[in-house]
Design a protein around this ligand. Structure first.
Ligand code: M6R
Length: 366
């Protein structure tokens, strides 16, 4: 059942080239070129003319939603709000006709997400589901939607569902951006061909595993860890921190890199590992200076960089290389080493990786 892997989580991490290919199959064509999502095409007018998108989700799905916000704003110029479903449902939120509420959920059974959708439905919004579990409650309640086709996810810590959600939101943003005339032809072609290459690039990113095991040994006895990222990769920092907390029980926090000097920098000393996602071209110099600040305080820097990168590799204690791609697609690659890092740290600490203490795979009660 575990396909030769020691844990479901490890199997699911390694399945990602395949699950993402499945997620994109029939939806993406290089030749035409096109991006086709049944649910979006069916409600094209409503979705394309939406006043705004409200993304509702919990946990890892909420992190995927945050990446969705960057994607929809950048590629399709649609205003987006991302909400914790648990907060949205109790806030008497301003939701109106013309709003599209996108629910992200692996299980399709999360109680808070379902309740937020019921509320949005009453207020007249259109509901779109991005779900993994076929025929689940959220899939049935929504007006339209897209399955991510990741297959059953057994490990409590979500991995392949996260990349599936991000890939789906990326396809949605590219499709809407193109339809709304916000993406020029040449960039449209480029994004499609880069998306098409993502499964092979994930395969390459997975090759860092031996190196990750070595880094995991260095971190496994620490009490805390800080994850930093900017732009599209800020939510990946949050996700890396959540993965570490959930399965290894090491306290970790994710921050937008530039926020460090507004507080968390006070925590940095020789005991603090800082994992920096440094792949963004647009804020490269700024991330370099964040790394210098950490090193000046003797923190340990583990940097995730683009293949061939030199400057950061010389400054960081450890660098993990991932393949280059268009910036909006980098989360699909940068999250891979973070998933592996949390997995190997948890194994080394003797934790129950697939069923961490106090956690359930799907939170069907409040
Ligand atoms: O099934 P859902 O995607 O709605 O679940 C949402 C969260 O409960 C889930 O992502 C949780 O945070 C995972 N344990 C993350 O690894």
């Amino acid at each position: 059942e575990k396909g030769g892997y020691e844990h479901f989580m490890l199997k699911e991490i390694h399945q990602q080239p395949q699950t993402l290919a499945d997620c994109m199959r029939g939806r993406l064509s290089l030749e035409a070129p096109y991006v086709k999502l049944g649910g979006v095409d069916e409600y094209e007018k409503t979705i394309s003319n939406a006043k705004r998108f409200i993304i509702a989700a919990c946990g890892t799905s909420w992190h995927a939603g945050l990446i969705g916000e960057y994607l929809f704003e950048d590629l399709a110029r649609i205003p987006v709000e991302v909400e914790y479903a648990s907060e949205l449902r109790y806030r008497n939120p301003i939701i109106q006709e013309g709003d599209v509420v996108i629910a992200l959920s692996q299980s399709g059974e999360t109680a808070d997400t379902l309740a937020a959708l019921e509320l949005a439905k009453d207020k007249g919004a259109m509901l779109y589901g991005v779900v993994n579990a076929v025929g689940s409650s959220i899939a049935r309640l929504t007006d339209a939607g897209s399955y991510i086709h990741a297959g059953p996810e057994i490990g409590v810590a979500s991995t392949k569902a996260f990349t599936g959600q991000v890939a789906l939101l990326t396809m949605m943003a590219i499709s809407l951006g193109y339809k709304r005339g916000r993406i020029p032809n040449s960039y449209f072609h480029k994004l499609i061909s880069e998306l098409h290459n993502i499964p092979a690039k994930i395969e390459r990113a997975l090759r860092c595993e031996e190196q990750i095991k070595y880094i995991a040994k260095e971190i496994k006895d620490r009490q805390n860890a800080l994850y930093l990222g900017r732009g599209f990769n800020f939510p990946v920092a949050l996700e890396g921190a959540l993965k570490l907390k959930e399965i290894s029980y090491i306290h970790a926090e994710g921050y937008p890199a530039a926020e460090m000097k507004h507080g968390p920098i006070a925590l940095i000393d020789e005991e603090m590992p800082v994992i920096v996602i440094a792949t963004n071209r647009s804020a490269y110099d700024k991330v370099v200076s964040n790394i210098q600040e950490v090193k000046a305080r003797k923190g340990m820097v583990i940097a995730v960089v683009t293949e061939g990168e030199k400057t950061i590799s010389e400054m960081a204690d450890y660098t993990i290389e991932i393949p280059d791609t268009e910036e909006p697609l980098t989360p699909l690659l940068s999250v891979i080493p973070l998933q592996l890092l949390s997995y190997h740290i948890a194994v080394m600490r003797g934790c129950n990786v697939d069923q961490p203490r106090n956690l359930a795979k799907s939170v069907t009660v409040e």
